[in-house]
Structures are given as C-alpha cells and as structure tokens.
Design a protein around this ligand. Structure first.
Ligand code: URA
Length: 295
C-alpha cells in the first residue's frame, strides 16, 4: 500500500508497484466500505432484476434516506433507508443477520469469564450482535447472530416452535424402538420431550428435528434412549441451511432468508420450516384461490 500519510514523497519515484500517474492525484484517505450498488441491493431484496431496479431508480421512484436516488448511487444496507414508491424495502436499516458455522471449542456467549474464544470473536464487532439461542461448547454447526431483538425473541421462544435440525453421531446403532421413542417423546428430568422427527440416516447417525430449545436437549434425548452423542452438528434453523459454509465461516443472511425466518417465526405460522405455504396450505389453496400476502 502507498503510504497515504507521507505527503513529502508525492513526487518522488517509487517502486511500490502502483501506477505512478495515480501518485499525482490528491491523496484520499482510505475508505473501508463504500457500500453496494443500489440496484444490486434492490434486486437482492426481490424487487426484480438489476435492470428493472435501474429503471425504477431512473424513474425517480427510489429514495435513499428520504432523497430521490440517482443511478450509480451506492448504499450501505446497514445504515441507509431505502424506499421504493414510499415503501421500505428489505431488511430494516441498522439490523444485521449473520449465519455462522460454529466450530467446537467456541462458547456461545457474549463474554466468557474463563476467557475462552466466543462466537462473537468470529463475526464483525460492529454493529454489536448477539447469538440467537445457544449451541454447546462441543456442538458444531449453524448459529444465527443478530442485533434484531424482536426476531431473536421469536426464534428462541418455544411458543413459536421454529424447527432446528441436528445430525447426531451416536454410540451404537439405534434400533426401531429407540427411534420411535425419540419421535414420540423421551422422559427427561425436566419433563417429556415434544414429538420430534427422528431418522437414522446412516448407521449410528440420527437426524433429529426438534422445536423445543431445552438445555443440551439432543444429547440428553439420545443418552436417554441408550445412545450417547459423540458428535453433534446443527444443520438447519427453520428455513435456513447452508452445506457450503465452512466451519468458522460466516455470511450475512440474504433479504429473502430474513423474510423466510420472519415468516417461520411469526405467530400462527403453520410451517416452522420456512417460506411458502405448507403442503396442507397448498392443498387448501388449490381448492379455494387465496391471496398470499408477503409480509
Ligand atoms: N442440543 C444439544 O444437546 N446441544 C446443543 O448444542 C443443541 C441442542
């Protein structure tokens, strides 16, 4: 990098590998993030292709922070308020949503008194986010982090019943009776578990889908049916899954994913898995045309 603070050497030849012509330009302090093109953000928010979004901008129908936007405008989705025809688009400004593939050995807490690495060490520090629910120290897999307290509440509150899917590598090979017990409910010291989906997808590997969030629930369920967990990976949270996200990696949720999560965690949602009508709703819709409103 050229040294932006050294204005003494502006006209000196240098060997920094940068085009010397650029060295004659006035030095501008480095900018860390100058946003994304408005049409790209709009397209991602589901407003049509980038071309359609450009047409909307050119027609003066898009405002950023209350001012009509021009083509070429860049925006920061975290801080800018984008409206199309007066309606706010996509994710509310200021709110961020990250999907992290938590590795083992990292604690799901904002601050660990024992000084161990926390999940907050793996995502951007600003704006401050918090984990949605908890994965044990020795559990791997998908974890959401956000500064959206309302969505966090709904995703973690058992009354909303958002599904979480786990792959549990267990001791031995659970037989039919064990799998049936996992499905129907297991007696734990804090009560019987709600019905769950349980399938042995490979010898000794059980896929479990639960919608409660009790402490160490999957481990305790498997142990209770005689097959202690050796390795536990969360593979889905409601509609959110990502097989390509590497351990320790994170990415922002797309606007569609945030919407899908909101739908899955909305009061009265019939499909805790996520977007779109459930099979039953589709059947009902086939016999009586319904107007599906996108919240
Ligand atoms: N169930 C568990 O036992 N541990 C987790 O981390 C999550 C669910």
């Amino acid at each position: 990098m050229p040294d932006h603070e050294d204005d003494q050497g502006l006209d000196e030849p240098d060997d920094d590998g940068f085009d010397d012509e650029l060295d004659d330009e006035p030095r501008i302090p480095p900018v860390e993030y100058d946003g994304e093109r408005l049409q790209k953000v709009m397209a991602r928010a589901g407003l049509g292709s980038r071309r359609v979004s450009e047409e909307l901008i050119a027609a003066g129908r898009v405002k950023v922070n209350g001012e009509v936007a021009e083509l070429g405008r860049r925006v920061d989705v975290v801080h800018d308020r984008i409206e199309v025809d007066g309606a706010l688009i996509g994710v509310a400004p200021g709110l961020v949503y990250y999907l992290l593939n938590k590795p083992t050995g990292v604690v799901t807490t904002a601050d660990d008194p024992q000084g161990r690495p926390t999940v907050l060490d793996l995502v951007p520090a600003d704006p401050r986010v918090f984990p949605v629910g908890r994965l044990d120290l020795d559990t791997e897999g998908l974890l959401l982090l956000t500064n959206d307290g309302e969505l966090t509440h709904r995703l973690t509150h058992p009354s909303f019943g958002v599904e979480k899917e786990y792959l549990a590598h267990v001791d031995g090979r659970p037989g039919r009776a064990a799998i049936r017990q996992l499905r129907e409910g297991v007696e734990l010291d804090d009560g019987v578990t709600a019905p769950a989906q349980a399938t042995q997808v490979a010898p000794g590997v059980v896929r479990l889908v639960i919608h409660e969030g009790r402490n160490r629930q999957v481990r305790r369920m498997c142990e209770a049916v005689g097959h202690p967990v050796q390795r536990l990976v969360r593979t889905r949270i409601g509609p959110i899954a990502d097989r390509k996200l590497k351990p320790r990696a994170w990415r922002p949720l797309t606007t569609d994913e945030v919407r899908a999560l909101e739908r899955a965690a909305s009061p009265g949602s019939t499909d805790p898995r996520g977007p779109g009508p459930s099979r039953a709703e589709r059947r009902a819709a086939a016999s009586s045309p319904a107007d599906e409103t996108d919240r």
